[in-house]
Design a protein around this ligand. Structure first.
Ligand code: PHE
Length: 340
């Protein structure tokens, strides 16, 4: 009996020594010290011993039990410590490492284009007038000489907030705000900002986009001032050799109204896919401020004249960078944004 107890102790201690992973510890415990373990087996055999042998064997069994338990607790600590050390050494978490640098961002292509446009007009003496994106039907349409049910409203598919409030469909309502605020002084401003139209989203048109409106009101302002201003802008923005073409057009808030085209910067007016083989690119709608609009802004059309224009922002940027889909501007895809 004592021999098998001694053998059990040695076997248990050896097995414990061989354990290096924490999940093996409970397996060992069950095998040696558990209710159905080897020590319990041996103790069960005590009953078969004679009365003289029994106390010595019992004492030895208890010694072995506490020896194994002590060795188990010690081994458990050692294994846990070793595992912790290994995980620190393998770099699972090293709090002494420097943090990851946060890369500085840069301006969105739309913002950069807007800033360039602003710069060019600033050199020509234009100030910036900011107007809200949520507008009244009155400013967006009525005061711009577009009464309810006027067919000209069909040019602007509109997001209505309610019967009287819209997301502005163009930057032109800012003209009214600016005139009412500036009267009776002359005006020379640009009004940059976001516009919205309830349109089908395609590679060429988005339901949100930027425009830059221009407005000049003064004494003796003529259409040649408008054309000269646009010419200067086109050269500064798109290159010294740019030429313009003027076509007559229609807007309810300008009279006369014109469309301003620029020779295609890609094919230099030879004809290509971008200019649809015409050699020309449309850059702005424009005209002389309609007398009704001047009056709505507080300026007497007998005394004052003015010009206005409205141009897109994304389209020229697309042209410059060979971007074929306007939807990229609002997808927030860093692979696109980082290129500019
Ligand atoms: N508001 C017009 C548009 O969005 C452009 C425009 C502005 C035309 C100013 C004439 C004068 O299409």
């Amino acid at each position: 009996m004592l021999d098998s107890l001694n053998a059990l102790e040695r076997e248990g201690l050896d097995a414990l020594e061989g354990i290096s992973q924490a999940d093996q510890l409970p397996v060992w415990y069950r095998a040696y010290l558990g209710r159905k373990g080897k020590l319990t087996d041996v103790l069960r055999g005590l009953g078969a011993l004679s009365a003289e042998q029994r106390p010595a064997a019992g004492r030895r069994a208890n010694e072995i039990k506490s020896a194994l338990e002590g060795a188990f607790a010690k081994r458990q600590d050692e294994v846990r410590e070793a595992e912790l050390e290994a995980s620190i050494a393998s770099g699972a978490l090293d709090v002494t490492l420097p943090g990851r640098p946060v890369a500085p961002g840069h301006l969105h292509l739309s913002t950069r284009t807007l800033r360039r446009i602003r710069e060019i007009f600033a050199e020509m003496g234009f100030q910036v007038y900011e107007a809200p994106e949520v507008e009244t039907d009155e400013n967006n349409f009525e005061l711009l000489n577009i009464p309810p049910y006027h067919p000209a409203r069909d040019m602007w598919d509109t997001f209505w907030i309610d019967d009287e409030v819209v997301l502005r469909t163009h930057t032109s309502p800012g003209q009214i705000r600016c005139m009412r605020e500036s009267h009776p002084h002359p005006i020379r401003v640009i009004l940059p900002g976001k516009c919205y139209r309830y349109e089908q989203v395609t590679p060429r048109s988005e339901h949100q986009f930027y425009q830059v409106e221009g407005l000049a009101v003064g004494h003796g302002i003529r259409i040649t001032d408008l054309i000269g201003t646009m010419h200067e802008f086109a050269r500064s923005m798109h290159g010294e050799q740019r030429r313009l073409r003027i076509r007559s057009s229609y807007f309810p808030f300008t009279e006369p109204s014109i469309e301003i085209d620029m020779d295609c910067i890609l094919c230099v007016a030879k004809g290509c896919r971008v200019c649809k083989y015409t050699g020309w690119l449309e850059i702005a709608g424009a005209g002389m401020v309609h007398p009704v609009v001047l009056r709505n802004g507080g300026y007497d059309p007998e005394e004052w004249t003015g010009f206005a224009f409205g141009m897109g922002v994304e389209r020229p940027a697309m042209l410059h960078h060979g971007i074929e889909d306007i939807r990229h501007f609002y997808n927030n895809d860093l692979r696109f944004l980082r290129q500019f």
